[in-house]
Design a protein around this ligand. Structure first.
Ligand code: ZN
Length: 86
């Protein structure tokens, strides 16, 4: 009887740990969903929020150079700040 009870408690504890990890992953995705930039695609202007215009891509330094046609703000986005589309 004593051994059976110990196994039961271990299984419950493992299931609880898995649930916590799954919820943490979902929370991180929710936070990063709105401002996600896609590599090779124009992103939103950080100054006014309008659509940006992708001027060029520096493949050596992994940088995207963009400007905003609305307010003429210019900005650079490193590849590490983006996700790949495919
Ligand atoms: Zn702008």
């Amino acid at each position: 009887m004593g051994i059976f009870r110990r196994r039961e408690r271990t299984e419950v504890a493992e299931a609880a740990v898995v649930d916590v990890r799954a919820e943490t992953e979902l929370d991180l995705r929710d936070e990063s969903t709105p401002p996600v930039a896609v590599w090779g695609m124009p992103s939103r202007c950080p100054a006014c929020g309008d659509f940006g215009y992708l001027d060029r891509i520096d493949v050596v330094n992994d940088l995207m150079f963009q400007h905003c046609p609305t307010c003429w703000h210019k900005w650079e986005t490193h590849r590490s700040e983006t996700t790949s589309s495919a």
